[in-house]
Ligand binder design. Structure first.
Ligand code: BJW
Length: 267
């Protein structure tokens, strides 16, 4: 694990060379936080065996870029092809189990006075880990809707990818590039980011908007921004604390450090 505190100080050098040690300032901020927001991306599910969005895909789909399949244009050109890709991903998501990162986030929700999970993930693993105070910004791969007529009856033949009401194609209920995010989810996420004390950005490349703008809104409104990600992102040099490593390892260690600091305070 490497820590970048955004300052080129002796302290930041020291912390970056201490495995799983956290600055006191960070632990104190977390102990005192009244409202925490955690934004997650595909990286948090990587340790559950699911490919991230910008990782190379495996097997059958290795020749295709996800960015080129997750669009309305791709679906219009070849609905069956895109439906098959989503069916494969759905199956992988159902076979996968939530990992330590998902579980710590579900636990944070129970312990923080106010907490909101904002996820870009469509795999449903946060819900299966027990998260309830959550908005799914990019939808959910396990739900469907009618592509051709947006039929509201939800009378769907999922196996054959057809809407029974109009005979149209079924698409996953996710947000593709160029599509609007669900307004209520985005409003809730934005309001929470603008009023939180601590904003976590976990397992996301921080390049897809409007989700990639939430940390900036939080910071502009005075929140401490903490990034946990395997690789550097555009947020890394600007975050208050940035941990480069696996969320399934860093999150449990961080929560253990906060837990023991809280215990000391009460004794
Ligand atoms: C680990 C790890 C481990 C690995 N531990 N970490 C403003 C500026 C510029 C462009 C735009 C803008 N506003 C809108 C746009 C356009 C566009 C956009 O952002 N484009 C950018 C690429 C430039 N945005 C949109 O189109 C959005 N709509 C919109 O804004 O509507 C209004 C509008 C309409 C029309 C015109 C203009 C505006 C919609 C975005 C929808 C995104 N949809 C997808 C697909 C969802 C369905 C599906 O899954 O199939 O969402 S794309 C894909 O990217 C998916 C993800 O949720 C999203 C983010 O990816 P994420 O989660 O960050 O994954 P990765 O793979 O990128 O990164 C994983 C990270 O994990 C890596 O960094 C690893 O290092 C790390 N990692 N293992 C910790 N163990």
């Amino acid at each position: 694990m490497q820590l970048n505190t955004g300052e080129d100080s002796a302290e930041s050098y020291l912390w970056s060379h201490c495995a799983m040690n956290f600055p006191n300032s960070l632990i104190e901020s977390l102990c005192a936080a009244k409202k925490i927001v955690a934004l997650t991306g595909a990286g948090i599910s990587a340790e559950s065996g699911l490919a991230t969005f910008r990782d190379a895909q495996t097997g059958l789909w290795s020749k295709f870029k996800p960015e080129e399949l997750a669009t309305a244009d791709a679906f219009q050109r070849d609905p069956k092809f895109v439906q098959d890709w989503y069916a494969w991903r759905r199956e992988n998501a159902l076979k996968a189990e939530p990992n330590a990162g998902h579980l710590v986030i579900a636990e944070m929700e129970k312990r923080a006075p106010e907490f909101l999970l904002v996820t870009q993930n469509v795999d449903g693993l946060h819900g299966r880990a027990g998260s309830r105070r959550m908005v799914e910004l990019h939808g959910n791969i396990h739900r469907f809707r009618c592509f051709d007529n947006d039929c509201t009856s939800a009378n769907f033949d999922v196996e054959n990818g057809r809407c029974r009401s109009c005979g149209g194609n079924l698409r996953p209920d996710v947000v593709w590039f160029g599509e609007m995010l669900p307004a209520d989810a985005l409003e809730k996420a934005t309001a929470a980011a603008e009023t939180c004390d601590v904003f976590f950005s976990i397992g996301t490349s921080s390049i897809v908007y409007p989700a990639a703008d939430l940390w900036r809104r939080a910071k502009n409104c005075g929140a401490i921004v903490i990034e946990i990600n395997k690789d550097p992102t555009p947020l890394t040099p600007l975050a208050d604390y940035s941990f480069l490593g696996k969320s399934g390892e860093i999150l449990p260690a961080l929560m253990a450090a906060v837990g023991s600091a809280m215990e000391k305070r009460h004794n």
